[in-house]
Design a protein around this ligand. Structure first.
Ligand code: HAX
Length: 440
């Protein structure tokens, strides 16, 4: 079968405003980076201890990421704005903010939304690829396969092969990222409905915002609009988490080889699928459901405490707790907890989430192993989705992935715009480390 390429020739409205905004900011940003590297290039900003080599490079300052930062005591801050001040925004607004450092004005938001709607047609072969996968494939494997399959649409690869000027390489990267961002809600919704036998694909509604449309295509019953509200919040809260987490770092490493956004995001999604990263949200709900199975639907505080202590005593993990970087209650958890208190205070699963929050930090502190005894983003989100009828927790990481594509995209577009170098740290051998130790 011959498939028609979806390259952008026929798209009636492509956003100019966001691209123009980035273009207008670039000269000063490039000048600043050049000047910092030229005038302060030899300034030392950190040391590397051997324990960091054995500890996943934790804390080594080795990347520049301007979209967001995660402070030990602040949690996620996007372009200087704490995430808890952004919970009423739309994901499209967050994308604009990540990229430019500014929230869009009304006309800029409308322009971006229209652009995304016009790019949203998914190439037909993607449905064939997804339909060809066994139904028991994990939704994340389906999701990353679909993104990888779309690589033939890459405008970046085509432009590179045609010899585009190095300074302009960010523009086709931008086009690829916007195309992916516009199409993933439909792909994710298709995966949900096919995998969990929810019925035919629901067509997109071009009058809705990006997350509202996604909520509609998932087909979850939503009489009062609360599920769409949750989706907007979910896609905002998961959008970015600076540059060093497994998925964002993977994305940056792959794209630094001038691989296009399809290749880079596929790799990033595969990293997100790991249980210590994005898969924790599915495991967290699984953990609570198992607890209900073991000690009852509505356990007492004492029963929850005994159950969690037993897990910790056996060397197990309390999923949804701890973080590689944070040392406070993740503000994204607080946002979800607030949503739950406002919309579903009497839900049994949500009640357990609240009980665990009161109990587990104390147990982890008592145990003294986890550096961060506080809940992370994954500790509450599953209970909210479950309440609205999205009970298939294997799907939750796909939602995370749809959202994080905003962060992957903005980080990659900016890295390309700034002409970021090929990422290639030096590895050392154990013999070399032993020799270094012997010297001291
Ligand atoms: N329950 C029990 N023990 C825990 C723990 C938890 N929630 N969190 C950390 N620990 C233990 C570790 O297993 C480790 O034990 P060992 O020394 O015996 O190996 C010790 O405490 C020190 O770990 P750490 O330095 O505090 O944690 P890391 O930075 O190595 O890992 C993790 C951070 C998030 C992976 C870890 O806290 C964890 O496994 N938590 C549970 C899984 C989870 O919630 N993951 C989601 C993270 C958020 C995210 O990225 N989402 O995408």
């Amino acid at each position: 079968m011959v498939y028609i390429s979806n390259l952008n020739q026929n798209i009636p409205h492509m956003s100019k405003l966001l691209k123009e905004k980035i273009s207008s900011q670039l000269p000063a940003l490039r000048e600043e980076a050049k000047s910092i590297a030229k005038n302060h290039g030899s300034k030392v900003i950190g040391q590397v201890a051997i324990e960091q080599l054995y500890g996943g490079m934790r804390g080594i300052k080795g990347l520049i990421c301007d979209t967001s930062e995660v402070g030990l005591q602040t949690g996620l801050v996007i372009r200087g704005i704490p995430i808890l001040e952004l919970t009423e925004k739309l994901p499209e607004e967050i994308f604009y903010l990540l990229l430019t450092g500014e929230l869009p004005k009304e006309n800029e938001l409308k322009d971006l939304q229209k652009d995304l709607q016009n790019r949203s047609e998914v190439p037909s072969y993607v449905w064939d690829v997804l339909n060809a996968l066994p139904e028991d494939s994990h939704p994340m494997a389906m999701f990353s396969s679909a993104v990888n399959a779309m690589e033939r649409e890459s405008i970046f690869r085509k432009s590179y092969n045609e010899g585009i000027n190095k300074d302009d390489l960010w523009e086709p990267m931008y086009e690829d990222c916007l195309n992916i961002m516009a199409r993933v809600p439909q792909i994710a919704a298709f995966i949900y409905r096919r995998k969990f036998k929810k019925g035919d694909m629901i067509p997109p509604d071009k009058n809705l915002d990006w997350a509202g449309n996604f909520a509609k295509m998932l087909g979850i019953e939503d009489k009062d609009g609360a599920f769409a509200k949750l989706m907007r919040l979910y896609l905002v809260l998961h959008s970015d988490h600076e540059g060093g987490n497994v998925s964002a770092f993977t994305c940056l490493v792959i794209s630094s080889a001038l691989s296009d956004a399809y290749y880079a995001m596929t790799g990033a999604l595969n990293g997100l699928a790991g249980p210590l990263h994005g898969l924790a949200n599915q495991n967290c709900l699984k953990f609570i459901l198992k607890m209900q199975e073991d000690i009852g639907e509505s356990p007492s505080d004492e029963e929850v405490k005994k159950y969690c202590k037993n897990i910790l005593d056996k060397g197990g993990l309390v999923i949804g707790y701890g973080h590689a970087v944070l040392r406070i209650t993740d503000p994204r958890f607080s946002a979800f907890l607030d949503f739950g208190k406002n919309h579903l205070p009497d839900d049994n699963v949500f009640k357990i989430v609240s009980q665990i929050f009161e109990i587990v930090p104390g147990l982890l502190m008592e145990q003294g192993k986890a550096k961060d005894p506080w809940p992370n983003v994954d500790a509450a989100s599953g209970s909210l989705l479950y309440h609205y009828g999205m009970k298939e927790y294997e799907f939750y990481t796909v939602l995370f992935g749809v959202s994080r594509i905003l962060g992957f995209s903005s980080q990659m577009i900016l890295a390309r715009a700034m002409g970021s170098a090929l990422i290639r740290p030096k590895s050392v051998t154990t013999e070399w480390i032993k020799k270094e130790i012997a010297k001291s």
